[in-house]
Write a protein that binds this ligand. Structure first.
Ligand code: MN
Length: 714
């Protein structure tokens, strides 16, 4: 059994004493919190967190993850609140513990079947920080290792969940060691007889093959030694569950699968991988079509290796993998090997190799991001979905875009449920319809016999399906009904600002209506009632125009202040991608509400002077929100170009959310990048940094996409 002493010693190998102290402090905290609790095995409860932390220490995870592992059951099992952990440790540790606890609450077993993939996405969407997943996987691994102490019913539930949700997630982020062990442990619980028979058969088969395998290994070893290539040649075991799966899915016999010898060769450098391959093909006859170069073109999860198939001694087929130690660690531990190599030197990889990896995705992150925070940030966009996943009361999963509300949910289930929805329960508690939902919640819609559809819902509904259904419904309303609806909404919005419609003097009102660009108050109310205008925005316009007591000219219209945090009422035009600091203008559309364009945007040009369609907006104080800017970089090809470009950008605290590259000329590359920036100043700092690149030809911001939608504006 793992002890705190042994763990501390392991941690001292790679962490400062101060950081080891944090883990020790977490240990004492956990001891006290769990004191008196026992595991089903009879051991003191705290042995479990120690074991989880020990698993993580083998990946050299950072001190916050290890402390979180130590405390991971404290919130759930002992009722100590998150705030206490934050005070005693820090926000990261508290967030991690909270994240793991949330996953614990997700009871997956009673859910509708056939939703495994959505459940995996839900788990990822709920985690947000990759370390939550890594801690959770280590927790699950230890629980699986000690499953025999639970009753049969619990064993099956946990094993099924492991097989359907957690093992695939481990696979997806490349943590293959954990993935294989989880699968084999779950297999053993779910199908004890099959697992036992297969394990015995594998053992027997290996015994029979051992002689031949030893001989091949010896031959290869000698050959490589003669050639001066330091190499480690080892037999590769397939895990039992993967053999079982292959037999089942591909309908192949055990013998067919086992009759292939598998060998892994680990060498020191990528160059020697290729050299080794040459020597193998020289020694044995390669099988056509079996050679794969995953070093030059890594798999999407970052996996790198050379694969080949040869015909070995006595005509037996042999599968061979050749890789470096680092590639091997990446293949076994995936994302977790980021921590393994974080402090390693980078000089052993050439710029070309690094550049290639940069394109490949995951591997690059480890190389280019100096701090763990940057790495986690960058992984986010790659792995964690933007969607949210929530449950219906019957356990079905509904996928919706982030920011969706109960109204969106109601329409996603059925249009009729949308129209008749009056209230909702989130996790069995009554909640307002406008609250943004979070992954993992169970949503129940309370309906009414009479339709409830309200234009007010357009203030917070996000999904096109809901918005279109609401508008469609409203457009069929009688004029009088629409007017009544509109009045209620405008009264409400103005009421929030302490203004009463009937207190506004007639002339004043006329002036306001002129400025807004409608002929009468009734017309304005109808438009609001029909969902053509949004009540909140009209109310803001009222405020602006009422403040202005001067003569009306189009010049003294008071601009609407925007910060990017208005939510769904204000949209930012995808054609010109405005960011704070740009001169901007607001444009009303029936489909999307207010859309903010750059003043220079071509798509807005023809309607810019029309007060019925456009009105001025100004940037208010920064809200900390990030905006997307698009830039184009042209540069001469040179070793490490991609890596240098990426570094120039990420050194300015920026996320690259997408990149496209094309070779425009021999030796000349064009990159189109989407960057997350806070404002113009931020963007100009980035551009400056890019301009300092030696091979740069030009860098420009793109803000003039032709939009097909532009036609709809007229
Ligand atoms: Mn646990």
């Amino acid at each position: 059994m793992e002890s705190i002493g042994a763990l501390s010693k392991k941690l001292s190998d790679y962490l400062d004493p101060k950081k080891v102290d944090q883990v020790n402090k977490a240990y004492h905290f956990a001891c006290e919190a769990h004191s008196g609790q026992l595991r089903s095995s009879g051991d003191p409860y705290v042995t479990h967190p120690i074991a989880v932390a020990t698993i993580l220490s083998s990946f050299r995870m950072d001190e916050d993850s290890i402390a979180a592992a130590m405390l991971h059951d404290v919130i759930e099992d002992t009722g100590i609140p998150k705030s206490v952990i934050e005070k005693k440790f820090n926000k990261d540790v508290a967030d991690l513990v909270d994240g793991v606890s949330k996953l614990d609450k997700l009871t997956i077993s009673n859910r509708a079947t056939g939703e495994a993939e959505n459940l995996q996405k839900m788990v990822l969407a709920m985690s947000k920080d990759i370390r939550v997943i890594v801690v959770k996987l280590a927790d699950r691994l230890h629980n699986m290792r000690t499953l025999l102490y639970l009753n049969r019913e619990k064993q099956v539930k946990i094993a099924r969940e492991t097989l359907e949700i957690y093992a695939p997630i481990a696979h997806r982020i490349g943590m293959n060691n954990i993935y294989r062990e989880l699968e084999d442990l779950a297999f053993k619980v779910l199908y004890p007889t099959r697992s036992e028979r297969l394990t015995a058969a594998v053992k027997k088969n290996r015994g029979g093959q051992k002689k031949t395998l030893d001989k091949i290994q010896k031959e290869l070893n000698k050959k490589l030694l003669d050639q001066g290539i330091p190499a480690l040649v080892e037999g590769r075991e397939k895990h039992v569950y993967s053999i079982y799966r292959k037999m089942k899915e591909r309908k192949r016999s055990f013998e067919e699968i086992m009759d292939v010898y598998a060998i892994k060769i680990i060498v020191d450098t990528p160059e020697n991988c290729y050299r080794t391959l040459g020597h193998i093909h020289n020694l044995y006859k390669p099988v056509e079509g079996r050679f794969k170069d995953y070093i030059a073109i890594p798999k999407s999860n970052g996996y790198q290796s050379l694969h080949t198939g040869v015909v070995g001694l006595r005509g037996f087929p042999v599968e061979v993998q050749v890789k470096t130690q680092e590639m091997n660690d990446m293949a076994e531990n995936g994302i977790a090997s980021h921590w393994l190599y974080k402090s390693g030197n980078q000089s052993d990889t050439s710029p070309q190799v690094r550049a290639r990896r940069w394109v490949a995705g995951l591997l690059e992150m480890r190389e280019n991001f100096e701090s763990t925070e940057e790495f986690i940030e960058s992984v986010k966009t790659d792995i964690f979905p933007d969607e949210i996943y929530v449950f219906t009361p019957r356990g079905e999963i509904i996928e919706m875009s982030g920011g969706s509300t109960a109204v969106d949910f109601a329409y996603a289930v059925h249009t009729d449920i949308g129209h008749h929805c009056r209230a909702c329960r989130i996790n069995r508690r009554l909640a307002p319809l406008s609250v943004p939902l979070e992954s993992g919640q169970t949503i129940e819609i309370i309906t009414e016999k009479v339709p409830q559809t309200s234009p007010a819902w357009l203030n917070f509904a996000v999904t096109p399906r809901a918005r279109n259904s609401i508008r469609h419904y409203l457009s069929n309303l009688k004029t009088s009904e629409a007017r009544k609806f509109g009045k209620t909404l405008l009264d409400q919005s103005l009421g929030n600002m302490d203004i009463k419609l009937r207190d506004i003097d007639k002339l004043e009102l006329r002036r306001v209506l002129n400025n807004i660009g409608v002929r009468s108050l009734n017309r304005l109310l109808e438009e609001i009632g029909l969902g053509l205008r949004v009540g909140n925005i009209v109310a803001q316009q009222f405020i602006g125009f009422l403040k202005e007591n001067k003569e009306i000219t189009s010049k003294n219209i008071v601009p609407l202040e925007i910060t990017g945090s208005e939510g769904l009422i204000v949209n930012y035009a995808p054609c010109c991608k405005p960011i704070p600091g740009d001169s901007v203008i607001g444009h009303f559309t029936a489909e999307r509400g207010l859309v903010v364009h750059q003043e220079r945007c071509k798509n807005i040009l023809s309607v810019r002077e029309d007060p019925q369609q456009c009105f001025p907006v100004n940037w208010g104080e920064s809200s900390g929100k990030v905006f997307t800017a698009e830039i184009k970089v042209i540069a001469r090809d040179e070793p490490g170009l991609l890596a240098n470009l990426a570094y120039a950008i990420t050194s300015q605290e920026t996320n690259i959310s997408s990149i496209q590259t094309t070779e425009i000329n021999t030796g000349m590359h064009e990159f189109v990048l989407h960057l997350e920036v806070s404002d113009r100043l931020h963007l100009s700092r980035i551009l400056k940094k890019i301009r300092s690149l030696k091979s740069l030809v030009s860098v420009t911001r793109i803000h003039d996409h032709e939009m097909r939608q532009a036609k709809a504006l007229h």
